[in-house]
Design a protein around this ligand. Structure first.
Ligand SMILES: Cc1cc2nc3c(=O)[nH]c(=O)nc-3n(C[C@H](O)[C@H](O)[C@H](O)COP(=O)(O)OP(=O)(O)OC[C@H]3O[C@@H](n4cnc5c(N)ncnc54)[C@H](O)[C@@H]3O)c2cc1C
Length: 507
C-alpha cells in the first residue's frame, strides 16, 4: 500500500492558443478540478494561429467523447463534414488513383487477413480492386454517409469515419469549453522565459505588459516558434526533411462547388501534392512542395489552376520543417503541437499527435516533483509514435513509379528507414502486414497504400494458397452484395449533414 499521497501540481501554464493549446486546456480542465489545479492559457491575438488543419482521422472522435462533446453540436460549431478516407491521385503512377478508406476491407476468415483471400481472388480476376470490399470506400465513392451500426453483425458496423472542419472554429469551441471549466485565458505576448539558474526549470513567463505568470508545469503550444522547448530549453530537433522533402505550403480556401465529398483528395504534383478538403461552407486547398524544386509563383499558379471553385482571398504561404524535438518533455515543459514536431499533413495526423501528447501525459500524470522516470517514459512513447507515423507517410513518397520530375526521382530512389524497408519487403514477399505495439495505422491502412501504390505481393500467404478459389469467390460476392445494398440505402453525405449537423440535432 502506498505510504503517502503524492504532492500534486497546483499551477499549470499553457503558452499558445491554437488547436494544441486549447485541446490541452480542454482535456486538462475536464480531468483536473479547478479548485485543486489552476490552469492558465496565454495567447496573443496579435500573433494569431497557423489557421490550417482541417482534416482528421477517426481517433478525434475519442477525444471529443472523452470531453463529453455532443457530435452534432461540435459539427455545427466547426462547419464540420464527414470524412471516410483519402483519395490519392497520381501517387503511384500518373493517371491512377486509389482510396485509403477508414475501417477494414472485407472480413478476416479463420484468423487470416482478408486481403490474403482477395489476393488469391485477384489471380483470376485482375480487374478486382480491394476498395470494392471496404464499406467506407464504397460509400465514399457514392457520395453517401451513415453512422456505423454498433451491432457487429451488421455490415454497417464496418464503417469508420473522421471529420473535415474549420480548425480555428474548433479551437474557439474548445476555448469556451475550457473557460467554462475554470481555465483562465490571458491575452498577451510572452517576451521572457525565466528559468532557475541551477536546474534550468522554468519558473515563470513574462508578458509584454510586464506581468509575470509563474507555474510548476508549462506546456509549449507556441507552434513552430517553439518558444519554450527550443528558444529557452534548447532541445535539439530531429530533422526528417531528407525523407520528407516538402517544406512549404500555399493554402487558400475556395467556394464549394458540386457535392460535398465525404473524403479528402490528395493529388500528387510535380514537386509535392495538393489537398482538397470540403467543409460545410467552403473547400480548403493547399499545395505542399519542396521549395528547392519549385518557386513560390509556380506553386501558386498550380494551386489556383486546380481549384474547383473561385478562390476566397489570396494564397497564404507557410514554411515548415519535418521532424520532431528529440525530447518532447524537457524539465518542466511539455511541447504539444507544432512546437513538438510536424510530419506534414498527408495523412492528417497532426491533430492526432496533439491528442496523443495529451492522452499520454494524462496517463503518466506526474506528481509535483516531476519524476525523471515519468518524463523518460513519455518521451519514449511519443517519439515511437512520431516514428511510426513517419514511416507510413514516407511510404507514399517511396512507393512510386513516377519518374517525370526531379522530386519523384529523389523520393523513389531515396533510402528509407530500415523499419519501412522491412515492412515493404515483407509485404512484397507474401502480403504479410503486422501492426506493431499500439501503432496508429491498422493493417488495412498499410494494405490500402501498399497496393494502391502498386506494391503487389509475389505470392499469397501459403496457407491461403491451399484454399478453394470458388469458395473465396462466393464469400467475396456475398460481401460486395451486402455492401452495395447497404450503400444504396444510405443518404447522400449532404442530406445526412442537413439533417444531422446543420440543424445541430441528433440523427
Ligand atoms: C500546411 C499545413 C497543413 C495542415 N493540415 C492539417 C490537417 O489537415 N490536419 C491536421 O490534423 N493538422 C494539420 N496541420 C497541423 C495543424 O495545423 C496544427 O497541428 C495545429 O493547428 C496545431 O497548431 P499549434 O496550436 O501547435 O500552433 P499554432 O496554431 O501556430 O498556435 C500557436 C499559438 O501560440 C501563440 N503564440 C506564439 N507566440 C506567442 C507569444 N510570444 N506569446 C503568446 N502567444 C504566442 C499564438 O498566438 C497561437 O495562439 C497542418 C499544418 C500545416 C503547416
Amino acid at each position: 500500500m502506498p505510504e503517502t499521497a503524492p504532492d500534486t501540481i497546483k499551477q499549470i501554464v499553457i503558452v499558445g492558443g491554437g488547436s494544441a493549446g486549447w485541446m490541452t486546456a480542454a482535456a486538462l480542465s475536464s480531468m483536473l478540478p479547478a479548485h485543486a489545479v489552476r490552469i492558465s492559457l496565454v495567447e496573443s491575438e496579435q500573433i494569431g494561429t497557423i489557421g490550417v488543419g482541417e482534416a482528421t482521422i477517426p481517433d478525434i472522435i475519442n477525444f471529443n467523447a472523452m470531453l463529453g462533446i455532443p457530435e452534432a453540436e461540435f459539427l455545427k460549431a466547426t462547419n464540420g463534414t464527414f470524412k471516410l478516407g483519402i483519395k490519392f491521385v497520381n501517387w503511384g503512377r500518373l493517371g491512377e488513383d486509389y482510396l485509403h478508406p477508414f475501417g477494414p476491407h472485407g472480413a478476416d476468415m479463420n484468423g487470416i487477413d482478408f486481403h490474403q483471400f482477395w489476393l488469391r481472388h485477384l489471380e483470376q480476376n485482375p480487374s478486382s480492386t480491394i476498395e470494392d470490399f471496404s464499406l467506407s470506400a464504397v460509400a465514399a465513392k457514392a457520395g453517401k454517409f451513415a453512422m456505423p451500426d454498433p451491432n457487429p453483425r451488421s455490415v454497417l458496423s464496418q464503417l469508420r469515419y473522421a471529420y473535415h472542419f474549420d480548425a480555428t472554429k474548433y479551437a474557439l469551441f474548445l476555448r469556451n469549453y475550457a473557460e467554462q471549466r475554470g481555465v483562465r485565458r490571458i491575452e498577451g505576448k510572452m517576451t521572457e522565459v525565466r528559468q532557475d539558474p541551477e536546474t534550468g526549470f522554468i519558473q515563470q513567463i513574462e508578458l509584454e505588459d510586464g506581468s509575470a505568470i509563474p507555474g510548476e508545469l508549462f506546456f509549449d503550444c507556441t507552434g513552430f516558434r517553439g518558444l519554450l522547448i527550443d528558444k529557452a530549453l534548447d532541445v535539439p530537433f530531429k530533422d526528417w526533411s531528407h525523407w520528407l522533402p516538402c517544406d512549404t505550403a500555399q493554402a487558400v480556401a475556395c467556394e464549394l462547388s458540386g457535392d460535398i465529398l465525404p473524403y479528402t483528395i490528395s493529388t500528387a504534383k510535380e514537386a509535392g501534392w495538393q489537398w482538397r478538403i470540403p467543409t460545410q461552407h467552403r473547400t480548403g486547398n493547399g499545395h505542399i512542395y519542396s521549395s528547392s524544386l519549385m518557386s513560390d509563383d509556380a506553386a501558386i499558379d498550380s494551386l489556383l489552376k486546380d481549384l474547383d471553385g473561385p478562390a476566397i482571398g489570396s494564397p497564404r504561404k507557410i514554411r515548415f520543417r519535418t521532424g520532431h524535438r528529440a525530447r518532447l518533455w524537457e524539465k518542466n515543459c511539455v511541447a504539444i503541437g507544432l512546437s513538438g514536431g510536424f510530419l506534414e499533413p498527408l495523412e492528417s495526423t497532426s491533430l492526432f499527435l496533439i491528442q496523443e501528447g495529451i492522452s499520454k501525459f494524462i496517463a503518466l500524470y506526474p506528481s509535483a516533483d516531476l519524476p525523471a522516470s515519468v518524463r523518460d517514459e513519455y518521451n519514449r512513447q511519443l517519439v515511437k509514435k512520431f516514428e511510426q507515423v513517419r514511416d507510413f507517410i514516407i511510404l507514399h513518397y517511396k512507393a512510386t513509379e513516377r519518374d517525370d520530375s526531379p522530386f519523384w526521382n529523389h523520393t523513389r530512389t531515396m533510402d528509407v528507414p530500415d523499419s519501412l524497408t522491412q515492412r515493404i519487403e515483407l509485404f512484397r514477399e507474401a502480403g504479410r502486414v503486422f501492426r506493431y505495439e499500439d501503432e496508429l495505422f491498422s493493417k488495412p491502412s498499410w494494405v490500402a497504400v501498399l497496393l494502391g501504390q502498386n506494391i503487389v505481393p509475389k505470392s499469397v500467404d501459403p496457407i491461403v494458397g491451399t484454399v478453394d478459389r470458388a469458395g473465396i469467390a462466393r464469400s467475396l460476392q456475398s460481401m460486395t452484395t451486402a455492401m452495395t445494398n447497404a450503400v444504396t440505402q444510405m443518404p447522400t453525405h449532404r442530406a445526412f449533414l442537413e439533417k444531422y449537423a446543420w440543424s445541430g440535432a441528433s440523427a
